[in-house]
Design a protein around this ligand. Sequence first.
Ligand code: 2OB
Length: 890
Amino acid sequence: MSLRVCSLQMIWADPETADHRLENTEQLEGKIALARRDPLEKEGPRTGFVDKVCRMVQAGASAVILVNNTDELIAPWKWKNDNFDAELIKVPVVCVRESAGQYFSSGNFCKIRFQHASPPFFENPASIFGAETILELLGNDAEASRVSGEETMDWVIENEDELLIEDLMPLGFNLSSSLQKDIRELKEEMEENLRFFNSSPEQTLKHYKRCCHCFMDALISLQHIDKTIMQIADLAAMHDVADSMGNGFWAQLRVVSCCLKKLRKKTAAITSERESVFFGTRIKSLLYPLESYLKILEILKELLQLTLSFNNPDAETQGGELVATTGSLRTSSSEGRTSLFFTHIPLESAIEKLSDIDLSVLYGDMHGYQYPSRLKHFLRMVLLAAASYSRSYEKHHSDHLLTQLASAYYHGVGFLMKPVKKGRRIAQQYGSADVKFVKSFWNLTELPVAKRFAAVVGANVEVSREIVIDGSRPISMRRAGAEDVFVSIAPTEEECRLFCGEGYVAPLRVKARLISFRCLQGQEVEGRSALGISWGNTKQLKPPSPFLILHFHGGGFIAQSSASHEVYLRDWAKALEAPILSVDYDLAPEHPFPVAVCQAFFAYCWALAHASTLGSTAKSVICVGDSAGGNLAATVAIRALQLGIKPPAGVVMLYPALYLHLTPSPSRILAMMDPLLPLGNLQLCMDAYANRFASIYGKFSAMLHLDPSSRLSEADDPKEDAKIRKWLAILSPLIAPDEILRDFPSCAVMASELDPLLDDSIMFIRRMRNLGRVKDVKLKVAPCLPHGWLNMYFVGDKGSLSSSKEAISWMKQLLSNGLAGQHHEVEVEERRQQEGSPPPPPPPPASSPPAEAADLWVPVEDLPTPNKQPGETAEERKNMEEERSISQFH
Ligand SMILES: CCCCCCCC/C=C\CCCCCCCC(=O)O[C@H]1CC[C@@]2(C)C(=CC[C@H]3[C@@H]4CC[C@H]([C@H](C)CCCC(C)C)[C@@]4(C)CC[C@@H]32)C1
């Protein structure tokens, strides 16, 4: 039986049953350890799986496979015992049937894949390292068991493209030790090559000399890197949030790890070909990638060094108006962890240090090396488009779009042939980004052809219609908990002029798009669905959904629209069977902060007031947003809490921007090499959106970040102080006041590992947890994904696909929780009792039994489904009819 490429070696424990002290502990280190279940006929006490696993983990195994003694599948947690120290088990464990065990019995290599699945293997999820990980064995006909709830399920494995284990491994998973090993082995192989080329009789040949130089340079380059890596790894571990591994430090190690892997691969290629007669002719193509990766390694070393120097407390004395003394944004004083943001580093000095680095090699041939293969190809295409579009924009930006596109096509072919030139072009373009160009490039997704694409690729939906919400009259919203107190909400606020300039005239409408899988009652316009199908008898339409999703698209606040995000929105609408209202807020720099926030909030209020026209009873409303839209989703909730209006039942933020302040952090430093959101573009979005605001109130961002209780107004005026806080909170949810975040709705944040904004999410979750928000605040860091992956799953990348599915299941859960009237109120209630304040009015009677309050993230299947909740009484229908008549569709 042929086994496929190996990533980790599989080794049987000695004894194979691992029922007493292991004889081969040294061999097991860093490998996948296998152990058998005790034979049925064994005399004396049987050893449980948990003990076996602990033994192998203590020996340093990276993962464990337990082999049953029958052809049945078993679930490891059933062997839980009282002495079980869950803390010890930090690796994925999986059970396989006996026949699968035989398959590995020759101690072969095997490729393994880690995949996310819900329930962990043992009962204490937080204790399992990479808790949501299962181990999947890839082989011709290997089978691995997948534990799901109380059952075990067969997992039939198809052959797949080659996957590197690191591609899918949870963050922090042995990364630093695997890095050390890679460096050691790489050094050994390079030294061996150096000896070979030095002692060869042909050593005087030009290409032999070139090889010698290359390996010598490489060995020098690798000299002190391990120490730096260890320092970064220590910091990384210090900044992890409970059960979710991930922060900018880990991400930095990941890109280094990928680079070392590539170097090993390229060195191995030279080792295997160096004695071939054709070596002389192949040398160029063999050395070129090796040299390029060495250049990349040099860049990475600089980034790591820079990060360490920023992190060093000595940096505090180096100047800048703000000095981090004790790092007051600690997650807990006992842990003494400081913030991931280097608030004490003045931006100019950070940028200056980074701007000296030549990045062209990163955008040439080797670009995207750190991503899984499908994404890599897609990102390369985007980069090629960026290079050629920038060239054509330079020449033809005032010409017709078609001329621009034709010219871009022409230059694209040129860049395809000359990747080095392409690299230089992009590095130059990213270094001196101009908002008009970036806007115009990002808005390529708005071309009609791209819109067609959504209809072809996304799910078929019956309703996808633009809506214009009239904003000429404010909406009156009832204050939560008060019978007759109303707040008037307008699409822009008085103070807007302060940040948008005196002459700014705010649009008196908000655009949005309604997407619904089926045309529901209330959504039809003049008896027709969006596709023009006549719904002669509207009674035949499905009843309105109890759910409503408010969506805010990303695009750096400067570009894109609901249309360019329609591919995934259609899929969501189908999977969740809930109408989605995606808000097309007006974009910066023409409409700077806080216009987008005001419009987003106005749309939220309008949707609550006119839910029936959207095909919803709005029993459970959640806000969702990606990237810049993630920021808006959070600010809508914050604004609602500030004004005392009912906040959404949940907020889902996908790779959100939560701290809009030009402060470096490890992940933001990594933006230096980001293909989609390079540093220059981040800065540019920030400037376009909040330049004027930042010049007035920006200095307070860092103060609040360091110490949320700082005094802000110089004259010690509490009114002024509250005003500044209010605006800062709706710009950067991360620095919202404690009392707002305590009442913030249940939320889920999905960050991605290779995203410049990763640290925003980590710090936000840390802050929430610090405020006691543990049960209903969820974080996941999707491994090896770039920023903006939601828009990429159609390229077939498995990581994006599974993360999208997970995001859908989170939304489902929040919607269902909202329906059951069970969101963060449980915790708010607890806190109020502690504080001795009177309890709020009882929540409206839930139409279905609330799930266990102990854990708000119960399996989705256990919660009421939307279909069971038509929420349609005769009275409601009447109300809806009335509301429809005042609908403000244009
Ligand atoms: C050390 C110094 C530290 C300084 C730190 C500065 C930090 C500033 C802090 C906060 C600022 C926050 C600003 C807001 C962030 C916004 C995030 C934000 O919203 O980012 C999104 C911006 C749009 C985009 C890039 C994206 C995702 C997907 C991208 C799309 C993928 C394909 C699309 C191409 C045009 C397709 C071309 C196809 C071709 C025709 C073949 C492309 C590239 C369009 C753009 C998007 C992420």
